[in-house]
Design a protein around this ligand. Structure first.
Ligand code: GAL
Length: 666
């Protein structure tokens, strides 16, 4: 990734959709943007139908005027290619580009992203309009960055049409070369599913009962690859025409979304950008935000990244769209910045008057400038302005790493597994939360990332572990690190075929444990461990072959079997946890592991619910302290607070629901 950043200080702004408004409003828009300190807006994301109302007939005058106006007012533009919203004429001319679901139902146009990712028609037209835009605006002085499409795979992540079927077969031919290699990989001897040629293979469309898991997993890979290809193709056109501008696209590293293997896309981008929306009903949404931001930083290789979208207040697509409370906007924005974002952008600048998202908050609400929300936006802009010096610094490297992987996620949640209660992210989030509450920083890394420099490596529910991971973990332990692997990890090979000889096949030797049978728990059941810990969801009947039993199951279906084990490896150790420990037990286990590695919290005795993160630059460091509780919190840290401008010496008080950013000179 390159260091070209689109703004001088931290980026602040949002999606700007002036085509929804008469031109008089544009003048007010730029005046209010200046008042709020906006320096970057994303333009044109859904404008294809406005820019090319008929095939080959372009209307650029409005966009010319918008870009000129923004430039005159010193506001930079993140210019989008409009492939997220193909125009009606294209859909009508080529209905075959509309996606088809697993039941064979073809979608109609009428919303957005209604295209099959394997459609050559869509690809051709998307590249054509991208080139036309790049040629027209690539040298425009307002344009600072390219925004490829929008949230790739958000609505059209999987398409089962005939075009996709043919593309899937080509992808399989490249992967396997020989159809018997595919038969072996997918275990087609089971239920007599043997293929005599690639031509017989279909996408995993709706079928009578459990589909073939190898086919399902390869289809996930193929579908994700189709979007990676699309991104690569658009990025190539933009770079060919206007190579001086950085290229990004907005990820959806949030909640449960996992249609795209983002780790495969980062080499295509100059900077990583993410969209994040809180799940309003979750009172601990801030912790999910922290987890998301840490994952994005891991994808960005620790470099600064950008929040491309979040919301000033309510969204419009959840069952109950709760408004943010006063102060929450600042906390959420600075959470992202604390965890490595060099800016905070929103969907969207002006709340729409019409259309599907008119009840989604914006930076300028329906009430207009004279509103508490706009005043909060102005305050946020001023605060980000005071934090400008943070730009380019990085989050201090953590000594703890937590690994995740989209392919493992796909595989872990295939049908017909031992229990529906194993959800891929559950264990990762629980571990992350325990570290958050303990004030211990963690790098959340794609599974292929380097583990050099990490003294504790956590491997939650990594059902499908890549080849070589066990050796990389052994190296960490040999040099004195602590490795923790949890239940349902290392079970299958890349084709979802079980690694034989006892679970967990990939990690059996590293952990010194051999499992004979899974024994998941009944719905809602809990098991006691003999050290007082409590397990949920999972147990198993395993024995130690070369490890020490730290705790055993005291009751439940695996009573008497080890639940937590440790094997000394070199100067360190490899731990195995055969159940999902409840939150208190997770905290206790992590305390033992962190103590063994000598890892301490960033700041001692920070109350739970107060996040503390440090970014470091060449001459200074910035300690972000974000208080999500209703009580003032005293922390043992000093420095000049860039939010309120006060100097704190001999400790600082983080106000209830407030934020401090303490500059600490080296
Ligand atoms: C995002 C999308 C935006 C807007 C927003 C609403 O998924 O990129 O265009 O729809 O959600 O929350």
């Amino acid at each position: 990734m390159s260091a070209r950043w689109p703004t001088e200080g931290l980026a602040f702004g949002g999606d700007y959709n002036p085509e929804q408004w008469p031109e008089e409003v544009w003048q007010e828009d730029v005046a209010l943007m200046r008042e709020a300190g906006v320096n970057l807006v994303s333009v044109g994301i859904f404008s294809w139908g406005e820019l090319e109302p008929e095939e080959g007939v372009y209307r650029f005058e409005w966009l010319d005027r918008v870009l000129d106006l923004l430039h005159e007012n010193g506001i930079g533009v993140d210019l989008a290619t409009p492939s997220a919203a193909p125009p009606v004429w294209l859909h009508l001319k080529h209905p075959e580009m509309l996606p088809v679901d697993a039941n064979g139902l073809r979608y109609t146009q009428g919303s957005r992203e209604s295209w099959c990712p394997s459609s050559p028609v869509l690809r051709e037209h998307a590249l054509r309009i991208a080139r036309v835009l790049a040629e027209r605006y690539g040298q425009h002085p307002a344009v600072r960055m390219w925004h490829v499409s929008n949230e790739l795979a958000c609505h059209n992540g999987r398409c089962y049409c005939d075009v996709s079927a043919a593309a899937f077969r080509d992808w399989l031919r490249t992967r396997y070369d020989d159809v018997d290699a595919l038969n072996a990989a997918w275990g087609t001897a089971f239920w007599g599913q043997r293929y005599a040629s690639f031509d017989q293979v279909l996408p995993p469309r709706r079928t009578t009962t459990i589909p073939n898991p190898g086919q399902r997993l390869d289809f996930e890979r193929f579908s994700s690859d189709a979007f990676v290809d699309h991104l690569a193709a658009e990025a190539a056109v933009l770079r060919e025409v206007a190579a001086h501008l950085p290229v990004t696209t907005n990820y959806m590293v949030m909640g449960e979304f996992h249609q795209l293997d983002y780790a495969a896309t980062t080499p295509l981008l100059d900077l990583v950008a993410n969209d994040h929306y809180l799940w309003a009903a979750d009172p601990d949404g801030w912790a999910e935000l922290a987890f998301s931001a840490d994952r994005v930083r891991g994808l960005a290789g620790g470099e600064p990244w950008l929040v491309m979208e979040h919301s000033t207040s309510a969204v419009n697509w959840q069952p109950r769209n709760l408004a943010k409370n006063p102060g929450q906007l600042l906390r959420n924005s600075l959470q992202h910045v604390a965890r490595g974002a060099d800016g905070a952008l929103f969907f969207q600048w002006r709340q729409s008057r019409a259309g599907a998202e008119k009840y989604h908050s914006g930076m300028v609400p329906h009430a207009g400038r004279d509103s508490a929300l706009f005043r909060e936006v102005v305050d946020l802009g001023a605060t980000l302005g005071r934090l400008a010096e943070v730009r380019g610094s990085v989050v201090e490297r953590a000594r703890v790493a937590l690994l995740w992987d989209t392919q493992a996620w796909w595989a872990a949640e295939l049908e017909a597994h031992p229990t529906v209660d194993v959800r891929y992210l559950d264990q990762a989030r629980r571990l992350h939360r325990a570290l958050l509450d303990a004030g211990v920083p963690v790098d959340v890394l794609p599974v292929s990332a380097s583990l050099d420099g990490h003294d504790v490596v956590l491997v939650p529910t990594l059902y499908l572990a890549p080849d070589g991971l066990a050796d990389r973990l052994r190296t960490v332990a040999e040099r004195g690190g602590q490795v923790v692997v949890t239940y349902f990890s290392g079970i299958v090979d890349e084709h979802d075929r079980v690694l034989l000889g006892g679970y967990p096949g990939a990690f059996r030797d590293l952990l010194g444990v051999r499992g004979e049978e899974f024994a998941p728990l009944a719905e809602g059941a809990r098991v006691a461990l003999d050290d007082g810990s409590v397990g949920e969801v999972w147990s198993e009947r395993a024995t130690v072959t070369d490890a020490t039993v730290v705790a055993s199951f005291a009751d439940g279906p695996s009573a008497g079997f080890p639940a937590v084990t440790r094997r000394d490896v070199g100067d360190g150790a490899a731990w195995y946890v055969a159940t999902r420990l409840d939150p208190a037990s997770t905290t206790a286990l992590l305390r033992s592991v962190l103590d063994a590695a000598g890892v301490e919290p960033l700041v001692r005795d920070v109350p739970a619910g107060v996040e503390v993160v440090r970014r470091v630059g060449d001459d200074a460091a910035w300690l972000f302290a974000i208080n999500h509780t209703d009580a003032d919190a005293r922390i043992d840290a000093s420095g000049t607070d860039l939010v309120a401008g006060e100097v704190h010496d001999g400790g600082a008080t983080v106000p209830a629901r407030g934020v401090l950013v303490l500059r600490q000179d080296h």
